[in-house]
Design a protein around this ligand. Structure first.
Ligand code: 2AL
Length: 584
């Protein structure tokens, strides 16, 4: 089923979304402005209101151990994996009313629509109103989403707000237990995907005259402290030809940064945001200029290449002008890629609703950055007036929200109709389930035992059983299993699943390096002469050179020790392949 909200339903839904954003905007610590920070009384009030809306939409609700407000709308069967929707409920100071909130409230509207039509999808739908994305109160960001991934750094509980209150104290005051924050973490198999609807916070959609866009990636960024050092001097007496003016060098570099970055296309941005001249007097030639560079891109490789070009030019300018240039990167965050399949699904929905699917990167950070460490993420942007955000003037059009609801209904029903690989394995016929596992290892008894052991409540349960069985393998098993593992350096040919897996596993072995190929062939031959079977090693993540050095080391093993090592490698390869089946 590919259910779609009608335009009439979407209009009514959008009106309620707007009204609920207004209601949330009224929950603020500053009268007349919107400021709602992590673990404040206003945060807890917002959670209560959102939980009430979730409950009315047919969801089971709870507040998790870090203060996220969560809801679940069950799938066709109880306990199935879920498509996770959401965004954040905290704000910056004097904020707009849609940044974050629009995503949470729209998701609730979608579930309410499913509930009214009694639509149950193969997967459940969960919604989370993240407790902290902005980092307004404690200076650290993404506390809510990192609660779900279970990746709070050790020091976070001791971070302090402006009043000296620690996160741990604030948790207690909010009725939460700092020793139990780990309980907010969710298992990988709980969610198949995370989908976040958010305002664009930039001007692209408005300029393109489009209500909605598909996010390709959340930009990575680097920040650098840079310095040109020249020579200060008397502004009246030093002739122009004798000067080493650090500010003139900076100016030349800044124009180069602007022109070059523009010429690299619309997705890259670079900014010199601060400039400090020394000594900084009207009648003194600037001897030193300290400046910052902020550079962002949806592609880490592109960012690195542009940055290298900009820094090379700074060196050139310094050289030409008789100055020196130095720089230091003090902040770096890689780009977060949105999942390709999710992008396609969202794009399909946008083509259906607005006739085209514009793809654009996000310049701002989002909860999806943290969530992407565990689950595939997708983002749908909604146009906002003038691209204005983090400001009370933030605005969206109700008709755009209606379109977003239609697109969301198509995207979510498409996604949630697909079941997780574990659910498919649990529900498959014996023959299908065997076919799913057999490329992992050519040992029919291992596959059969796992197929017999169905259903599994979680991927971990299946992986643990697979591991326990593999630890019992014998030398006969080792010989029997070798057929699925071509020699290292001889990437398997053919279309079989095993051949494709082996090629992938040997991806880091450089096939173009003829010397390496010769050395591996000689090593394999020597090993086979010595031990009477193909040399087996878990190739994933290992270069050809590393494999060669392991081969030389293992040539020194006694036969029994070597059989044990080979069996352990076989077990590792098998478990990696099984993980690939469960998390394709
Ligand atoms: C292999 C293979 O096919 N995959 C892997 O990790 N190692 N082959 C081998 N001879 O060790």
């Amino acid at each position: 089923m590919n259910a779609l909200m009608t335009s009439h339903e979407a209009s009514l839904g959008a009106a309620r979304v707007m009204q609920r954003c207004d209601q949330l905007a009224a929950i603020s610590e500053t009268p007349g402005q919107l400021t709602r920070v992590y673990l404040s009384p206003e945060h807890l009030r917002a959670n209560t209101l959102v939980a009430q809306w979730m409950h009315e939409a047919g969801m089971l609700t709870w507040q998790d151990a870090v203060g996220n407000i969560c809801g679940r709308y069950e799938g066709a069967e109880e306990g199935v994996s879920a498509v996770l929707l959401g965004s954040h409920l905290d704000t910056v100071r004097n904020a707009g009313r849609y940044d974050g909130m629009l995503g949470v409230v729209s998701a609730i509207e979608l579930v309410d629509w499913l509930n009214r039509h009694a639509i149950r999808l193969a997967q459940a739908i969960e919604i989370v109103g993240f407790a902290d994305e902005e980092g307004t109160r404690f200076g650290v960001t993404l506390l809510g989403s990192r609660g779900l991934t279970g990746t709070w750094p050790a020091g976070w509980l001791e971070e302090r707000d402006a009043q000296g209150v620690t996160v741990a104290q604030a948790l207690v005051k909010a009725g939460l237990d700092p020793s139990r924050i780990g309980e907010a973490a969710r298992a990988p198999e709980d969610f198949s995907a995370y989908l976040e609807l958010h305002i664009e916070q930039g001007p692209v959609l408005e300029r393109e005259n489009l209500a909605l866009g598909v996010v390709t990636a959340i930009n990575g960024a680097k920040r650098l402290n840079c310095r040109f050092t020249g020579e200060a001097g008397h502004a009246g007496t030093v002739p122009m030809s004798h000067r080493h003016d650090a500010l003139a060098a900076s100016a030349e570099w800044m124009l180069f940064i602007e022109q070059t970055t523009r010429s690299w296309g619309p997705e890259l941005v670079a900014t010199v945001g601060t400039l400090r001249c020394e000594p900084g007097a009207v009648n003194v030639i600037p001897g030193v200029v300290n400046l910052t560079l902020d550079i962002r891109s949806p592609s880490d490789a592109q960012l690195e290449t542009l940055l290298a070009r900009l820094l090379e030019e700074a060196e050139q300018i310094a050289l030409r002008r008789g100055l020196t240039f130095s720089q230091d990167t003090y902040y770096a965050i890689p780009a977060t890629l949105c999942d390709q399949t999710l992008q396609e699904t969202i794009a399909g929905a946008l083509e259906a609703t607005q006739g085209q699917a514009l793809r654009l990167p996000s310049g701002a950070g989002h909860d999806a950055i943290a969530i992407a460490e565990r689950w595939p993420v997708g983002m749908l942007f909604v146009r906002c007036a003038g691209g204005v955000s983090h400001h009370p003037a933030e605005a969206v059009q109700e008709t755009d929200v209606a379109q977003a609801l239609v697109a969301l209904s198509q995207t979510v029903t498409t996604l949630a109709q697909q079941t997780s690989p574990l659910a498919r394995f649990n529900g498959a016929s014996e023959a299908q389930a065997t076919a799913l596992l057999s490329p992992c290892v050519a040992l029919a008894h291992w596959t059969a035992a796992l197929v017999q052991g169905r259903p599994y409540a979680s991927c971990d349960e299946l992986l643990n059983k697979a591991d326990a069985l593999a630890r019992g393998w014998s030398r006969e098993d080792l010989d029997a299993a070798l057929s699925a593992h071509p020699r290292i350096g001889e990437k398997a040919r053919g279309e079989s699943k095993e051949a494709a897996l082996s090629r992938g596993e040997q991806a880091a072995v450089n096939a173009q390096d003829i010397l390496l190929a010769d050395a591996l062939a000689a090593g394999n031959a020597a090993y086979e002469t010595r031990f009477g079977r193909v040399f087996l090693i878990r190739a994933s993540g290992r270069s050809g050179e590393e494999i060669l050095s392991q081969l030389s080391r293992r040539m020194e093993n006694e036969a029994e020790q070597e059989a044990a090592e080979a069996l352990d490698q076989l077990r590792q390869i098998t478990l990696l392949r099984l993980e690939g089946v469960l998390h394709p």
